[in-house]
Every structure is written in C-alpha cells, then in structure tokens.
Ligand binder design. Structure first.
Ligand code: ADP
Length: 490
C-alpha cells in the first residue's frame, strides 16, 4: 500500500510530544511489512539539515493562499529502512525558534502556517508524483487535508482514489481561527456550515479532519469513548464525534522498543536488563548526581517527564506537594511549559531542596536517565489520550503511578500483591484529588518497602507488551477499510 504520513512533527527531526514519537515509528513498521510508507512534515529551523543530510528535491513550488501564491521548496531525506521523508520549506512560516508557540502563547499566524503546509503537502505529492492510497493526517495542523480532498481537490484525478485517516492525539488542541481565514484557505461559504468547518462562528481545523476523513482514530480505546461522552472530555467535539461513531476507533500507541531499551541505551550510566536490576541502582545514583539530589539506594525516587500543563495534572501536583513531601521520597521533574507551573514548582524546589530536583528544559538525554534511574514514574494527568511516558517507564522497570483516565486506564492496572496471577503493573487513583494522589503514592511506597513483592511488580511492568506490532496491524486494517470506503464513492 502507498501510505503518506502527514504530520506537524516527527522524531528524530522535530518533537514537542508523543505525536512525534508515533509518526517517527509508524512508517518503519509499515516499511517492514513491505508497504511504501513516506512522511511529510514542515522544515522547521530546529531540523538539523546537515546531520540528517537533507537534499533539495523541488524548488519554487507555487502554493495558492487566498488571492496570492507562496513559495515552498521540497527537501528530502531518508529515515532508516530507506523511507523518504519530505520537508516543506518556507522560512517565513517555519524558520523560527519553536514549532507552534512560545511560553507566552501561540504564534499568531498559526492558521496561515498550517493552511500553507496542508496545501503544500498536496502540491508536493504531485511534484514528486507520489500518489498515496492513504494519507494519514495527525492532529489539527493537517486537519484541512481531508477537507481539501473533498472540496478544492475533489475533481483532481491525481487524488481520485486517495483515502484519508485523521488521528486525534489530543482533543484539547483544535486549531480554532476567525472566519476571515476561510478565503485564505480557499474554501467557499458552502463549506462554512455547522456540519462542516464552522464552529461557533469560527473555523475549526480539528473538526475539518473529523468531518471529512474516511476514518477517525484516537490513541486509546478509553479516550475514544471519553471524547464522545461529555463536553468536559470532548471539548465541544463530542457531538460531531458521536455522529461519526461508526468510523471512530481507538488504537493504542506503542513505543519504539529499539529506541527505548535499557539494555542498549547509550545515554544511561549502566545498561541493564530486568533480570539484573543491580545496574539500575547505578543509574539511580548517577541520576542523583546529575539532578543535584543526595539519593540513597533505598530512598524512593519518583520521576516526572512532562509538558507543564494543567492537562498533565500539574495543578493537582502542586496542590499535593506539601502532603506528598511529608513522605520519605524524592522527586525529579523534567518539563517545559506554562509559566504558572514553572513558578509554583520553583517555589516548591526552593522550599524542599533535598527532595525536589526541578529541570525546566527539553532534554532527551536527561529523559532517558530519569526513566532508567527512578523507582517510580508519576503521571497525575487530568486527561490523557494515550500517554507514552508511562509505557517507556515500564520498559525501564520504573513503576507508574497514574490517574485513571484515557490511555492511562488502558495501560496501567492496579497492582495487588494478593490477587493471584494478573497482579497489575502499577498504581492507579480514580479521584482527581490530592488525597487520592497521596494515598496512591503511600500504597506504592508500602510495596517498595517489601523487596520480594517489589521485584514481582517490576517484573509485571517490564513484561507488559507495548510494542507497536498490535497497533500496526490495526492501522493496516483500518487503511484497508478506508480504501474500500473511497472505492464505494467512485
Ligand atoms: P504528550 O501529551 O506531551 O504528547 P506523551 O506522554 O504522549 O505526552 O509523550 C511525551 C513524549 O515527550 C515522551 O517521549 C517524553 O519522553 C517526551 N518529553 C516530554 N517532555 C520532555 C522534556 N522536557 N524533555 C525531554 N523529553 C520530553
């Protein structure tokens, strides 16, 4: 099958979150199964052109934007297994420090940037004459691609049998913009109705993806249910999602076992297998040095790697810190994000310098060291579409403590030493309240204190299967289904 993955970010080139991990991993697995999978993504300033040996493929593509034309250059490199990755270059739109936003807010021209990118994807495909059977679009930034194929490009023979799948990685980010950009995007007023692009008088890119694609997916079965269930979870999209209920699927993300493997990890102090946890202790001691904490072998160390955002539970965490730190434990936090949480955590770190190591930055190497060196991994997310970090943590034998929501509910099962065979792989709390979080941590510490039971728990976590294989099979089936749906209409 010919598959194009259209994405605003992709590992190893540019990443702000799990979306990039997913779009970097999927094509490798499709290629392994002999499909012709390719990727298209913006050429941000952050992308290292030298390191990745980017080559200019097409110069001066004309991209219509309202009444005018903008120029796109198309660059190419190869991901492992010889997978073509196309980059859309336009420095006015992508030659800046960040991908979408600075700590003070979104870039004001995000609508224009991603209208441009979405159209450039389609024009770029024609320029390189790659005619995909499937375009798999990821998140609001490329939500207009399915809409274009059903409107402006509807009679374009090149895309005659192209089906689109739209994946929602997080419903909280929708790309909602003033109506005025409708003409810039090239749509007519016919498309500006509540059944299509319109959303309370504005245009909603995520909704465009939901409405116009053959199939919609999200990244865990529980989240697929949650986002249809109420406004709180669906963020205004619950109605339109419910109306697409038959074509909405939850496909749980995997993690790249090659990239995340404590036995081969070049960033950690000592490589280890789960059979030999002695070396994990070396990672813990070393992490203490890096993080500026006096760690001790038997003093529980809890890690967090996250965007600093209320969706990720940082309101709950900051509220819980006074009670949490009454316990005999230490906390290493790595994250970037909202100023209010940066400030609150800085105050806490100052107050408890022996107990909290705060690292406000994006640092992949430190992330590896935290996954390897900690005993526990805390994820108090208010909402969590899938969550990759708890999966990575388990791969490193680091035990997750999570709020029961979305993908966390699908992947972390409460450990109970008494319950025979399936004893779970972590700790889960249901109420989004400080008492519940603190209780889960206390329960976790009690298990930690009993080394025999603890070893069983680590074993369970480590043996949980979060490889990509299952998800890849599910996606390929859905691609087939999407192709059939397009075929019916021809
Ligand atoms: P998100 O909602 O941000 O996509 P996920 O759990 O799905 O959350 O994925 C987060 C990914 O980003 C993981 O690979 C995690 O290791 C990485 N990550 C998040 N914050 C940082 C950071 N500050 N430094 C390094 N890696 C980070």
């Amino acid at each position: 099958m010919k598959i194009l993955i259209a994405t605003p970010e992709c590992v190893p080139y540019a990443k702000t979150g799990g979306l990039a991990d997913v779009t970097g991993a999927l094509p490798k697995f499709f290629k392994k199964k002999k499909h012709d999978a390719r990727v298209i993504t913006p050429l941000y300033k952050k992308v290292d052109r030298q390191k990745f040996e980017l080559k200019l493929l097409v110069k001066g593509l004309l991209i219509p934007l309202g009444e005018r034309m903008e120029i796109a250059n198309l660059w190419e490199t190869k991901l492992e297994r010889n997978i073509p990755v196309y980059f859309i270059e336009n420095d006015k739109y992508f030659g800046r420090g960040e991908l979408y936003r600075t700590p003070t807010g979104d870039y004001p021209d995000n609508a224009e940037r991603f209208i441009f990118f979405s159209r450039a994807c389609l024009e770029g495909l024609k320029a390189v004459t790659f005619q995909p059977e499937i375009i798999h679009c990821h998140d609001w930034q490329v939500g207009l691609i399915p809409a274009y194929l059903k409107t402006l490009y509807r009679i374009d023979g090149f895309f005659h049998s192209t089906a689109t799948i739209f994946t929602i990685h997080n419903i909280a980010y929708q790309g909602i913009f003033p109506k005025e950009i409708l003409s810039l995007a090239g749509f007519s007023l016919w498309d500006f109705t509540p059944e299509k692009l319109e959303y309370y008088g504005q245009i909603n890119f995520l909704k465009a993806g939901i409405v116009y694609s053959e199939i919609v997916t999200t990244v865990s079965p529980t989240y697929a249910q949650e986002i249809q269930s109420s406004n709180e979870y669906g963020r205004g999209m619950e109605g339109v999602l419910h109306s697409r209920n038959k074509d909405l699927f939850g496909v749980l993300n995997g993690i790249d076992y090659k990239e995340w493997d404590p036995a081969k990890d070049k960033y950690i102090a000592a490589k280890y297998s789960i059979k030999n946890l002695e070396k994990k202790k070396v990672c813990k001691i070393e992490l203490g040095k890096i993080a500026g904490l006096k760690v001790r072998e038997n003093l529980p160390l809890i890690g967090m790697i996250s965007r600093l955002d209320s969706l990720k539970g940082f309101d709950l965490l900051t509220e819980s810190i006074p009670d949490l730190l009454k316990e005999n434990l230490q906390l290493v936090i790595l994250g970037t994000g909202d100023q209010i949480y940066q400030d609150a955590l800085k105050i806490a770190a100052k107050k408890y310098p022996d107990k909290i190591s705060l690292n406000i930055k994006f640092d992949n190497v430190l992330a590896h060291q935290i996954y390897a060196g900690c005993d526990f991994f805390l994820m108090p997310s208010r909402f969590e579409p899938c969550g990759l970090t708890q999966l990575i943590a388990m791969r490193y034998g680091t035990i997750p403590i999570v709020h029961r929501t979305g993908g966390l509910a699908d992947t972390v099962k409460l450990f109970s030493p008494k319950e025979g065979k399936d004893k779970g792989n972590g700790f889960v709390f249901s109420e989004y309240k400080p008492q519940a979080l603190v209780k889960a941590v206390k329960d976790a510490l009690a298990v930690y204190a009993d080394k025999k039971i603890w070893a069983e728990l680590v074993n369970n976590a480590r043996n949980s299967d979060f490889s990509w294989d299952k998800a890849v099979e599910q996606y390929l089936k859905l691609y087939q289904y999407a192709k059939e749906k397009v075929g019916e209409k021809i």
